[in-house]
Design a protein around this ligand. Sequence first.
Ligand code: HMH
Length: 207
Amino acid sequence: MPVAELLQRHPEIWRGATAHPFLTAVRDGSLPAGAFDTWLVQDARFVADLLRFQARLLARAPRPAQAVLAGGLVALVEELAWFEEQAAARGLDLTAPALPATAAYAELLQRLDAADVPVALTALWTIERTYLDAWTTALPGAPAYREFVEHWTVPGFAGYVAGLEAAADAVGGGRDAVFLDVVAAEVAFWDMALGDGALGDGAVQSA
Ligand code: HMH
């Protein structure tokens, strides 16, 4: 099945990942800076893990998927440099240890090394599509977070996600199980940043 069908097959789960309280709080400005900073440091770690996963996937990808994967790798290296700049400006320590959701997501990526290419490409598309739609939910973003929201909703990123969709569809991706695993990992990641109850009781529905 085309990977885009997965969104229609699991609408509530999808909404949970892309309209998460973290994102609505980024939009309305109620997110405490501490929660955002926790998230930023952990996401820098995730991007480093994703870079390694994607490099390994490129090594075994079929010829037509190589260009989009290689382009994505260059973008991830640039993203890491961007995280380093943002962390320095905010006085954050990027060497802080991985929190449990970050470690669990890294383990999922490692398990996907053993999955076949259609499953791994479906996973990668899900990772990036979830992220794109999540930040789109946060548009335009409260002034304190606007630069970040804009960074992750640029047309170039949407184009990249469309390229991953085509690559996954070309090899017959579109598997429910891996889609659900990735979306659950994304929800856990947003939950993690709110883990100290930053938005008050009841804000985190699935923690
Ligand atoms: C948690 N998911 C998470 N972080 C990201 N940076 C992306 C996806 C997209 O690269």
